[in-house]
Design a protein around this ligand. Structure first.
Ligand SMILES: *[C@@H]1O[C@H](CO)[C@@H](O)[C@H](O)[C@H]1NC(C)=O
Ligand SMILES: *[C@@H]1O[C@H](CO)[C@@H](O)[C@H](O)[C@H]1NC(C)=O
Ligand SMILES: *[C@@H]1O[C@H](CO)[C@@H](O)[C@H](O)[C@H]1NC(C)=O
Ligand SMILES: *[C@@H]1O[C@H](CO)[C@@H](O)[C@H](O)[C@H]1NC(C)=O
Length: 377
């Protein structure tokens, strides 16, 4: 069983719009999936898996930061805040938050459980490659994105993402998604998803039977510039038809060029890029950006296998050249998983940050699935 968190690095901002009720509660509950409603069935791209789509209701035990002041911001203010919050040695977060509050949900999380069927091959789909290797996958939309709930964006923080992940992993070990349960769960994160994965393993060591962090490395020095290169823009202004109903604080990447910091030409299929463009660009909030790094710590006591996978030309974690310094994949294993009994790194040749969308994706998938095979998962 592999869980995939398929998100780009979040590229947008804050806003305390009050369309959605805050779900603060004084009593901590366990983070768990309390119900699941199937909404459809489809094949994975490439046809190797049959996927049940559905909505999981998730309650969480998360502690968020509380932003102070009125933050329903204009594009000017948002762009200003983002620069101030990401500037070197910024004190913005300390200056603009006032304590913490419990967040419990419940939140709707859109998930897809994919079980292997027959074997065909198609590039660019980890779900499909995993099915070919006989792994089921659970893929989901992060809170604040796609088919999942889009609550008041100020509460969409990494602390909540960590708890949603914990709930979804826990549910895999029961019959929560129909009659399927899994004794082993390997977690796969991408970019922001890798931050969330580390946060999860810090708080819940050894719950996942393996952690694969893609689009992530040890050098965080230039992450801020890469976020800024994404041109975080108020989502409603970018695409009123698609995002018109969202609260103000949701942001997105406004156009093709703003996504290209994550791509390395000519090592990807531009036709595919164009096809995906109408659905590309995740939504994210200022709170998402500000809190993404706050769950990073050393996952002490997490002994399960870890693999870090990074594109050779990744701008976010290598300033565009991952061969320049000490191997940032091994560096990430050492920094974040000091107790892992197996720790591997793999630099994907000729790939940018969005590994799955480059021609070399197949090589990355082979390494990722190779770890699971080696480890008997
Ligand atoms: C909720 O989270 C807090 C802080 O991490 C923890 O101390 C507490 O035990 C958790 N409660 C439950 C029921 O898991
Ligand atoms: C930033 O803070 C670090 C200590 O956390 C300090 O060593 C460094 O000099 C500071 N840089 C600037 C530009 O202030
Ligand atoms: C911080 O929150 C407390 C409790 O809600 C409130 O009394 C106080 O005025 C707030 N402080 C600031 C600086 O907003
Ligand atoms: C799929 O990947 C293989 C090599 O990994 C490549 O030769 C082939 O052209 C790719 N197919 C498509 C449709 O991109």
């Amino acid at each position: 069983m592999t869980m995939q968190i398929s998100q780009l690095f979040p590229t947008a901002l804050l806003g305390l719009a009050s369309q959605s009720p805050l779900t603060f509660a004084s009593e901590a509950t366990k983070s768990e999936v309390t119900s699941f409603k199937q909404t459809g069935l489809r094949h994975s791209y490439g046809g190797n898996a049959i996927c049940t789509t559905g909505d999981a209701t998730v309650t969480v035990n998360a502690t968020d930061l509380v932003f102070s002041g009125s933050t329903t911001a204009s594009q000017y203010e948002i762009s200003g805040i983002l620069r101030e919050a990401l500037q070197i040695n910024s004190t913005w977060t300390a200056d603009h938050t006032n304590g913490t509050a419990a967040v419990t949900g419940p939140f709707k999380i859109a998930v897809q459980l994919c079980l292997p069927t027959k074997s065909t091959s198609e590039n660019y789909s980890y779900v499909n490659a995993a099915a070919e290797a006989c792994h089921a996958t659970l893929m989901y939309d992060r809170l604040g994105l796609g088919g999942s709930d889009l609550p008041d964006p100020s509460i969409v923080q990494s602390f909540v993402h960590v708890e949603v992940l914990a709930a979804l992993v826990g549910a895999l070990k029961t019959d929560m998604y129909g009659s399927h349960h899994f004794s082993k769960v390997a977690c796969v994160g991408h970019s922001h998803g890798s931050f969330i994965q580390i946060g999860h393993d810090v708080k819940y060591p050894n719950v996942g039977d393996a952690a694969i962090l893609t689009g992530f490395g040890s050098d965080l020095t230039h992450v801020a510039q890469s976020v800024l290169a994404g041109d975080a823009t108020v989502a409603r202004d970018v695409d009123p038809a698609r995002f018109g109903d969202l609260p103000d604080g949701y942001l997105t990447n406004p156009n093709a060029a703003s996504l290209m910091v994550h791509y390395r030409y000519p090592y990807y299929d531009t036709r595919l890029f164009e096809q995906q463009l109408p659905i590309a660009g995740s939504t994210f909030s200022l709170a998402d950006v500000i809190t993404s790094g706050l769950v990073l710590a050393s996952a002490k006591g997490h002994t399960k296998p870890v693999q870090v996978v990074l594109g050779q030309y990744d701008f976010t974690f290598c300033s565009g050249d991952c061969s320049r310094t000490a191997d940032p994949t091994i560096g990430a294993v050492k920094t974040f998983y000091p107790d892992a009994e197996v720790g591997e790194g793999y630099i994907v040749p000729t790939s940018g940050h969005c590994i799955n969308n480059h021609y070399a994706s197949g090589e990355a998938f082979a390494h990722m699935l190779g770890l699971l095979k080696e480890q008997g998962l």
